[in-house]
Ligand binder design. Structure first.
Ligand SMILES: Cc1cc2nc3c(=O)[nH]c(=O)nc-3n(C[C@H](O)[C@H](O)[C@H](O)COP(=O)(O)O)c2cc1C
Length: 207
């Protein structure tokens, strides 16, 4: 059977001690058994190799119909085109990220601003935006230093509602979250992450 292509967006600027990378390392191997297929990973290190910031040309292009935007600003759209192609080729999307100030880090927001494009990944209709990408399972492995994702809330959660909404408008509706939180309060974040990862897999929330 053909392997499944997984696009992994790694959003932490930290390397060896990154908690989100560790959480992903605990969870991702379970996918192969779950789908009964080999998983081929394409990793994009948004945290350590950030994408270029949005340019004036790119912002201008978003105001135009797609064909005209391509004609006038083709070169400025190249990075965005490549990211969208990479996403289209993925059977699965995996986002590995910390929470920054109650929401997604700027490097992930920048990727979002480059892939959410009118007439390319969504169309605007009188009833709202409609996604043009085929839906596919999207996994979000997220870590935080404080007590995010508690009920009742201790910190406001602009992370999950935002990510679900913005991925939803391009057609990615099947978004599953797994988190390890409160990591600032422990001397041994690695083992706390491992416990929370096991709970996540057992609860069936992720797979
Ligand atoms: C700029 C910045 C903002 C942060 N904001 C929050 C926050 O709003 N809530 C929270 O619980 N932790 C916050 N943290 C803590 C990180 O979520 C936490 O350290 C996480 O484990 C980092 O993941 P990493 O090791 O993969 O980089 C913040 C950290 C940084 C650097």
């Amino acid at each position: 059977m053909k392997p499944l292509n997984l696009l992994l967006l790694d959003c932490s600027p930290r390397r060896d001690y990154s908690t989100s990378r560790h959480l992903t390392g605990q969870l991702l191997p379970a996918l192969s058994a779950h789908f009964g297929r080999e998983i081929r990973v394409t990793r994009r290190n948004l945290g350590t190799e950030p994408l270029p910031a949005i340019t004036a040309e790119y912002a201008e292009s978003l105001l135009l119909p797609a064909a005209e935007a391509q004609q006038r600003y083709g070169a400025a759209l190249a990075a965005s085109d490549a990211l969208i192609r990479e996403l289209e080729q993925a059977d699965l999307l995996w986002i590995s990220t910390p929470v920054y100030n109650f929401t997604v880090p700027a490097v992930l927001k920048n990727w979002i601003d480059l892939v959410v494009r009118r007439d390319v990944t969504f169309i605007a209709t009188p009833g709202g935006k409609v996604g043009l990408l085929r839906d596919r399972p999207t996994f979000v492995a997220v870590t935080s230093g404080g007590a995010m994702f508690r009920d009742p809330p201790v910190q406001p959660d602009f992370f999950r509602p935002y990510l679900s909404a913005v991925l939803g408008i391009i057609g990615l509706k099947d978004v599953r979250f797994s988190h390890a939180t409160g990591l600032a309060f422990t001397e041994v974040p690695q083992s706390v992450i491992e416990v929370q990862a096991t709970q996540s897999l057992r609860s069936g929330a992720l797979l």
